[in-house]
Design a protein around this ligand. Structure first.
Ligand code: UD1
Ligand code: UDP
Length: 367
């Protein structure tokens, strides 16, 4: 069986490590009956800090195809990706295409494949924020509705799909990013010197990230969020902010500054894991970072009105505050640990469970 894996944006380089590791293990155990895997990078993210560093640090093989699409409007970016992924699929003729998460690379990969009648597997299926103004929500809904295998991280995700009439090909496997944290934390502890480099003591600072379009593309919201982060720092909790290039560009064009906040280039995954694990608090609008806060049981303040990762809120580890500076400040200063509950994101074996489903398909392809 031949699989084409499609990635392009930062969180996808992390998610794919879980699936590639499972396939690698299978291939080592079955050298006579390998699953062939072709890696496609759309080029959605291209700065070294947003892409190359993950390949170098996590030991990912270089992509078999790099499509170099880069940035642009949704129509341009998604359209170019569909065209270029289609060419790869026509040349490679895979038995399955796997897409990850909810970016434009996810939707483009799924659409290119399904139109060529190639089965699609969606890793992180069934997530819903119920806010269709988010580009990610559109990407999730459309991708789920053309997928044949839907790998869900949580029972909530399975239920979301059921409500939309999708019950076939649905697998509850757990969260691939949880597997990744369990896999890479020891390496991070061993290799990362980020705390020493920044002179940070454990549990004495907050780490923040901001990049979501609804926050960055609305000047009032971005200004309010920056005011909120400044207020947290002024209240005595130092804030470290590895800044997404989208946000940096927008802040520069608006002439926004961040007094008292430590602004960094985006950091590597291993550095990010250590920054998160040792933080007193995490402030973010990222999906992945909200989950990682929960995995490390660090209280999280989310700069959004809703979240698709509802379990983090239900267990009391995450609070949604939107962009109001006063709410950001008070939530940050009052943040408390949530409940000690079982992990709703699986048992760290999502990769193996995905592999089980892939093996079934592998058998069918050979018969
Ligand atoms: C994308 C995803 C979002 C995901 C995020 C992960 C979509 C619609 N959005 O958002 O769901 O949470 O990735 O980080 O797919 N830029 C650079 N260098 C880079 C990449 C981007 O400078 O390497 C700048 C460009 O100005 C670009 C902007 O960031 O226009 C936005 O990049 P884009 O990939 O379109 O969306 P993200 O905000 O990164
Ligand atoms: N991340 C990272 N460096 C950073 C910021 C985030 O390695 O400077 C990692 C983070 O640990 C998580 C993933 O990137 O694993 C989340 O990606 P992002 O916030 O870009 O996207 P989202 O999850 O919101 O789609």
């Amino acid at each position: 069986m031949k699989i084409v894996d499609i990635v392009g944006a930062r969180p996808q380089f992390i998610k794919i490590t879980t699936v590639l590791r499972a396939i690698q293990r299978y291939n080592q155990a079955h050298p006579e009956n390998r699953i062939q895997e072709v890696l496609v990078h759309t080029g959605q993210h291209y700065d070294y800090e947003m892409s190359g560093v993950f390949f170098d640090e996590l030991g990912l093989k270089p992509p078999d195809y790099h499509l170099g699409v880069g940035s642009g409007t949704h129509g341009y970016q998604t359209g170019e990706m569909i065209k270029r992924v289609e060419e790869v699929l026509l040349a490679e003729k895979p038995d399955l295409v796997i897409v990850y998460g909810d970016t434009n690379s996810t939707l483009a990969g799924a659409l290119a494949a399904v139109k060529l009648h190639i089965p699609v597997a969606h890793v992180e299926a069934g997530l819903r924020s119920f806010n269709k103004r988010m580009p990610e929500e559109i990407n999730r809904i459309l991708t789920d509705h053309v997928s044949d295998l839907l790998f869900c991280p949580t029972p909530t995700a399975v239920e979301n799909l059921r409500r939309e009439g999708i019950t076939k090909g649905v697998y509850l496997v757990g969260d691939v990013m949880y597997d990744a944290v369990l896999q890479y934390l020891a390496l991070a502890e061993q290799k990362s010197r980020i705390l020493e480099r920044l002179g940070l003591r454990p549990e004495s600072y907050a780490v923040a990230t901001v990049h979501r379009a609804e926050n960055t593309d609305n000047p009032n919201r971005l200004r309010a969020i920056f005011d909120g982060l400044e207020a947290v720092a002024q209240a005595g909790l130092p804030v470290v902010l590895p800044l997404h290039p989208r946000t940096r560009k927008q802040a520069e064009s608006l002439g926004l500054s961040l007094k008292g906040v430590r602004v960094l280039e985006p950091v590597s995954y291993l550095d990010m894991l250590l920054l998160e694990k040792n933080a007193r608090l995490i402030i973010t609008d990222s999906g992945g970072v909200q989950k990682e806060a929960f995995f490390f049981r660090v209280p999280c303040v989310t700069l959004r009105e809703e979240t698709e990762w509802v379990e983090t809120v239900e267990t009391g580890w995450n609070v949604l505050v939107g962009c109001d500076p006063k709410r950001i400040r008070s939530a940050a200063l009052l943040a408390q640990p949530g409940a000690e509950s079982a992990c709703p994101y699986g048992d760290g074996r999502a990769g193996e469970k995905i592999l089980e489903a892939l093996k079934e398909l592998h058998r069918e392809v050979r018969e």
